[in-house]
Ligand binder design. Sequence first.
Ligand SMILES: NC(=O)c1ccc[n+]([C@@H]2O[C@H](COP(=O)([O-])OP(=O)(O)OC[C@H]3O[C@@H](n4cnc5c(N)ncnc54)[C@H](O)[C@@H]3O)[C@@H](O)[C@H]2O)c1
Length: 334
Amino acid sequence: MLVLEIEDIKELIQKVAYKDFFSKLISTLEEDYKNWDDFDKSPRVANHVKGGVIELMPISNADMYSFKYVNGHPKNPDQGKFTVMATGQLSLTQTGEPLMFSEMTLLTAFRTAATSAMMAKHMALKDSKVLALIGTGAQSEFQYLAYSFIFDLEEVRFYDTDPKAMIKFEKNMKKFGIKLTPCKNSRDAVNGADLITTCTADKKYQTVLTKDMIKKDVFINALGGDCPGKTEIEKELVESSTVVVEFLPQSKIEGEIQQMPDDFICTEFHEIIKGEKSINVSSHGTVLYDSVGFALEDYSVLRLIYSLAKENNVGKEMNLIPQLDDVKDLFSLL
Ligand SMILES: NC(=O)c1ccc[n+]([C@@H]2O[C@H](COP(=O)([O-])OP(=O)(O)OC[C@H]3O[C@@H](n4cnc5c(N)ncnc54)[C@H](O)[C@@H]3O)[C@@H](O)[C@H]2O)c1
């Protein structure tokens, strides 16, 4: 079974380069979202614990099965631990044979950013120039990078309640040569923005964005509200936007739309990519992509990274599944 550590993911990204990696990942996501009907889907399994959540995210089609283990503990950084940590597995569906086990903390940041950019590619204004990022923690630079390969961005406006996270973001972003505007609050950050990503972490009903802050039609990608009792967008703004979700049964439990009545109308993204519906900022006004993170996106990044690892001879084959001539003689291993 192939095992990929963090060093292996770093080596692969260096070999492939950011731009090609994001472009391959966005194409893989688009392909899998187009094949939506072929997947066996379910809302993720969540164990809610004090101050956080631990989740398992399984999905399969006729070829492969994947699952991700992921947590969300917003207070973890106070103890020097990540808010979000993840590992994942890819297996063959027909036999159940595990193919690969991988780190997924980095892969989650890549797949989340690539999904944001893919959604924006299909729904935001094509000439979007200004990105607002609210929450400059672990996910933030990845978000910028993915958008930068889709849009001709000129400015990133950003805000975090933690000044140290803003300094870290600015330092990491310097090398990309984009105009960086630190802001004093969310209202200031979204001023003039064409694209807004909220990626804050706090296990409560937050109002990071309110309706009166939005002065023109924008594409909003709300990815920090991803668990019951954890939202970022004021109810009135959700209500007045055209809302697109990944998988409705999961988003109703975890997304911004948990604030809305059960019959609130929203669209699942696969309807858009399959050409059944057309939703975008120029025809519908403000579009809210109410992201919670769906297992299909982990499947896409795992299947892509598996093929890249094989192609580039990266990772270690580890003896995690017994290889025997007589498979009924498991006892012979001892
Ligand atoms: N939807 C998805 O697919 C997906 C994927 C990954 C992470 N997430 C979520 O995205 C969020 C960010 O993840 P991360 O790994 O970057 O976490 P992180 O803890 O590294 O960063 C979060 C940042 O938000 C800031 N913050 C908290 N409240 C704020 C507020 N009101 N205004 C401005 N900033 C605020 C914190 O100071 C922190 O710097 C988390 O809630 C996580 O659960 C969602």
